[in-house]
Design a protein around this ligand. Structure first.
Ligand SMILES: Cc1cc2nc3c(=O)[nH]c(=O)nc-3n(C[C@H](O)[C@H](O)[C@H](O)COP(=O)(O)OP(=O)(O)OC[C@H]3O[C@@H](n4cnc5c(N)ncnc54)[C@H](O)[C@@H]3O)c2cc1C
Ligand code: SF4
Length: 472
């Protein structure tokens, strides 16, 4: 513990955002990093608790008190080494993780947790700037060949770990570039894509081969992968969106969020949209149905495209502004969360059910809604209408796409329709096939995907070699 009295003397201070009126003019990141001195001060607030709850709150079990101490002492290189020992991609989590670690921090009992995510991001960015993030090719090769389907955070973490263990790793990705939702879901204003590109280059230098435009189960039979590899890991995400099958659903102008967001990410990076109709919010009244990260990203993207108005509807009741710490700590509390996108100009309404889309000449013009009680029963007399030229459905994802790869292998599914595999062996009902990330656990977070990718790599290495030194 660097400074024993740090938490008493120093106030919590976090990164600020550029003003909303400036940042909505572009798609670049807008978080302003703390200075080195301020970051060091924030690290000094860590109490190095006997039982560090933050360490458990973090799904990759980042050794948070250790690197806080190293930052306080100015040993950034050792802090970066420590951080990378548990997290392959801390510059991703330092930007997009909701930071359950901070909810678990003991100082959060007073509502002033250590700015853990900010310190993580500072260490990760410093490591890149200083050239400490280098390819780590394996000292020896094993002669074993592994196929990974999907290049989201789960597939990337799994591939990097297995390549460093000496296996020949091939990643098969249906899209034109790697990254999964890091590249095509999360907007550039939250995570610029050079961060993803840098890691792909590192992994290529470590021996990972990426095969793009390879839609396993569609353009490439999964049976071929199984035949040609010693193990196959499925990291295809949970891509089946939850629909809203109400009257008027087939009108033009109603789209799933993941039909809208990838288009803008492709525009930003100059990747062709392909054979699809452009979906744009400019000059439109936009209604986003569904809260959560995806809904917030639709708001931020619509604001940047020049929407006239943006309303976000949520069927759940408005959560409390503040949690009851004594009931919730050190767990992740249910409370009202206002993202940077919400601050950019969206109206939010809770306990609202959408009953009908109303159109003119085949295009959506309005939606008809009703308020619901706490059992989601419509309250008579509370019906209302909203203008809507563009409706974005952001109600989450039900499970992975079953058609193609999963059906063709006849894999067992869990009760929610995800691939059934435990978190020790990560093995599916097929003896040579493993599964990790959203494809196994259902829609989740980047940090959980990284954890599962790492743990699946441990399991696969053990399966192939009989023993493993890869961390879990
Ligand atoms: C819009 C949006 C915003 C989000 N924002 C955040 C956030 O801010 N913070 C956070 O922590 N989490 C966020 N999430 C959740 C997070 O992105 C996911 O939990 C995480 O990316 C899951 O990682 P994954 O590797 O399991 O799957 P994915 O990232 O979904 O990657 C799966 C990959 O597999 C490929 N694939 C699928 N099937 C096949 C096939 N048959 N053949 C070949 N390739 C295939 C896909 O093309 C994709 O590249 C967000 C999700 C969305 C949708
Ligand atoms: S990965 Fe997420 S939970 Fe873990 S330390 Fe970073 S911000 Fe916290």
């Amino acid at each position: 513990m660097g400074k024993v009295t740090g938490f008493l003397e120093i106030d919590r201070r976090d990164r600020r955002y550029a003003p909303a009126s400036d940042r909505v003019r572009h798609y670049r990141e807008f978080v302003i990093p703390l200075s080195e001195e301020a970051t060091r001060d924030q690290a000094a607030r860590c109490m190095n608790c006997g039982i560090p709850y933050c360490h458990n709150g973090c799904p990759v079990n980042n050794q948070i008190p250790d690197w806080n101490d190293l930052v306080y002492r100015g040993d950034w290189e050792e802090a970066a080494r420590n951080l990378h020992s548990t997290n392959n991609f801390p510059e991703f989590t330092g930007r997009v993780c909701p930071a359950p670690c901070e909810a678990s921090c003991t100082l959060n009992l007073e509502d002033v947790p250590v700015t853990i995510k900010t310190i993580e991001c500072a260490i990760a960015d410093r490591a890149i700037e200083e050239g400490w993030v280098r390819p780590e090719p394996p000292p020896r090769v094993t002669g074993k060949k592994v196929a990974i389907v999907g290049s989201g955070p789960a597939g990337l973490a799994c591939a990097q770990q297995l390549a460093r263990a000496g296996h020949e790793v091939h990643v098969f990705e249906k899209n034109g570039k790697a990254g999964g939702l890091l590249r095509y879901g999360i907007p550039d204003f939250k995570l610029e894509k050079q961060h993803v590109d840098r890691r792909i280059a590192q992994m290529e230098a470590e021996g990972v081969t990426f095969h793009y435009g390879a839609h396993v189960g569609e353009t490439l039979p999964v049976e071929v992968l199984i035949e040609e590899h010693d193990a196959v890991v499925l990291c295809g995400g949970a891509e089946k969106p939850r629909d809203l099958p109400i009257p008027g659903r087939d009108l033009d102008g109603i789209h799933f969020a993941m039909d809208f967001l990838p288009q803008q990410n492709r525009r930003v990076s100059g990747e062709p949209l392909g054979n699809v109709k452009p979906i744009l919010a400019d000059g439109k009244h936009v209604v986003v149905i569904g809260g959560g990260d995806t809904g917030a990203d639709c708001i931020g993207t619509s604001a940047r495209q020049g929407a006239v108005s943006i309303v976000q509807l949520e069927i759940m009741p408005r959560p409390p502004e503040k949690e009851n710490k004594l009931l919730t700590w050190p767990n992740w509390p249910l409370k009202l969360r206002t993202s940077s996108s919400h601050e950019e100009g969206a109206e939010r309404d809770f306990s609202v059910m959408t009953q009908e889309f109303i159109g003119e000449n085949g295009r959506v013009k309005k939606i008809r809604c009703v308020r619901v009680d706490d059992k989601f029963k419509p309250i008579p007399g509370t019906e209302f209408e909203l203008k809507a030229d563009l409706v974005l459905l952001a109600m989450g994802f039900v499970h992975p796409v079953h058609e193609g790869m999963i059906k063709s292998l006849g894999l067992a599914l869990d009760s929610r329709g995800n691939i059934a595999a435990d978190t020790l062996t990560y093995r599916t009902s097929h003896p040579k096939v493993f599964a990790a990330g959203d494809m196994r656990r259902g829609q989740s977070l980047v940090v959980w995907a990284i954890r599962e990718g790492r743990q699946a790599a441990h399991a696969v290495d053990k399966f192939l070699m009989g023993a493993t030194t890869l961390p879990r």
